[in-house]
Design a protein around this ligand. Structure first.
Ligand SMILES: [Zn+2]
Length: 136
């Protein structure tokens, strides 16, 4: 039985199609990043982050801060570290596992956020009058 998450306060998801897309995304991708949600649904990054932080607050997802080393000239940035979001931003120096270089400041990294869903979720947008949207 999926846990219902009510998004009626988020303007973006008052559109039925976006809610359906979000539900589909959550079923196929238990690992979600804010930009992934934004791209898939057409909502802005801020709204996507709000959805994911809501899941974290409701204990429906684990949340992680990702640290990437940005100074790699070829290929995508390397993931240096993954830490629980509650631990805050990591302190320097860090060592990049890919190039073995020591990273001494935030100028050399970018941050990302990853949310790992821990159970089945059904997003709905129900007002007081209880409209049942977002069915699979
Ligand atoms: Zn590196």
């Amino acid at each position: 039985m999926a846990t219902k998450v009510n998004l009626h306060n988020l303007h973006c998801f008052s559109e039925h199609d976006k809610l359906v897309t979000l539900n589909r995304l959550a079923v196929t991708n238990p690992d979600l990043m804010p930009h992934q949600v934004a791209v898939a649904t057409g909502c802005d990054l801020n709204e996507a982050m709000q959805v994911l932080m809501l899941l974290y607050d409701m204990h429906l997802a684990e949340a992680y801060t990702l640290v990437y080393h940005t100074t790699h000239s070829d290929g995508p940035p390397a993931e240096v570290l993954r830490a629980e979001i509650s631990a805050g931003l990591p302190s320097f120096p860090l060592r990049c596992p890919l190039c073995q270089e020591e990273i001494n400041s935030s100028d050399e990294v970018t941050y990302g956020f990853l949310f790992v869903l821990s159970q089945g979720i059904q997003f709905v947008a129900e007002t007081e009058e209880s409209t049942t949207w977002g069915e699979q």
